[in-house]
Design a protein around this ligand. Structure first.
Ligand code: PAF
Length: 284
């Protein structure tokens, strides 16, 4: 079995001992095939000579007061076994007290991309993400880090923070892993009831239908959005849309017209019961 490190002191010792290339996969645990795909990607990047470290830390800073921090699934034993199987060399799973001082007073805030989409309905969420990711980078000193593209906005924000703070970590985005019916894998899928689970893949189908419409010549962002929303309402009456938008793929601002492949991404968050599911699709 691979080592599970829980203190900063032990982590620093491990990092100093392994040296060289180290690829980090930051997670909050409750790992599924989507995460293990990130670990396998990290293994490829690290090669035989490098190391792969997975962090498992449910970060309180990125949860709002009425969100699922306490209830977030914690499955450390199974997570570690899966990480080992996928090719990780070690797991860092610290308690909150190892990561945050009680009187902590510094936050990393990205201010151009963070306020819209998920940031609009989860105020402060991306400050929590940016802060913990920078802390994890400082603690673990990776050469590379792998993040999933399902969290499109998160990935864009992390790239921006890395760019603007001159952090020397290479960021790699990995494709979303899906269930056979198209539902994006997520730790929160386990909250779905049988009925909600049956309807949840409609989100992916709605985005694909709008992309088909775009490929057939519809360029108006508002019409593409309506197209997806109508399809979703028909196929998933249990879904409650938080947002569904056609945005500039880089700036994440609303795009009135989508003229070029790769210029826009459709991004959505939809509640099914207590599960808030996100997904996105590039128009190309
Ligand atoms: O994507 C996640 O699981 C989290 O937001 C991350 C990047 C591990 C930060 O807590």
């Amino acid at each position: 079995m691979i080592p599970v490190i829980s203190t900063v002191a032990d982590l620093r010792r491990w990092r100093a001992a392994v040296g060289g290339r180290m690829v980090l996969v930051p997670t909050m645990g409750a790992l599924h095939e989507g995460h293990f795909t990130l670990v396998r990607r990290a293994r490829e990047l690290a090669g035989d000579a490098g190391r792969v470290l997975v962090t498992i830390f449910v970060n309180p800073l990125q949860f709002g007061p009425n969100e699922d921090f306490e209830a977030y699934p914690r499955t450390l034993e199974a997570d570690v076994a899966g990480c080992a199987e996928a090719g990780a060399d070690a797991v860092f799973a610290p308690p909150v007290s190892e990561v945050y001082a009680k009187d902590r007073s510094v936050t990393v805030q990205e201010s151009a991309l963070s306020g819209r989409l998920c940031g609009a309905s989860r105020p402060g969420h991306f400050d929590g993400v940016a802060t913990v990711v920078m802390k994890l980078f400082n603690l673990t000193q990776p050469t590379d880090a792998v993040f999933g593209q399902k969290d499109y906005q998160q990935l864009a924000i992390i790239r921006r923070v890395v760019r603007d703070l001159n952090v020397s970590v290479e960021i790699h985005g990995a494709e979303t892993v899906r269930e056979a019916d198209g539902l994006a894998m997520s730790s929160r899928n386990r909250y779905l009831t049988v009925e909600e689970r049956a309807q949840a893949p409609a989100l992916r189908r709605a985005l694909l239908a709008a992309r088909d419409a775009w490929r057939a010549g519809e360029v108006e962002g508002a019409r593409l959005r309506e197209w997806a929303l109508e399809r979703l309402a028909e196929e998933a009456p249990l879904g409650r849309v938080d947002y569904l938008e056609v945005v500039d793929a880089a700036a994440l601002t609303e795009l009135p017209q989508v003229m070029a492949p790769g210029a826009a991404v459709m991004a959505a968050a939809v509640f099914f019961g207590r599960a808030r599911l996100i997904d996105n699709l590039m128009l190309e």
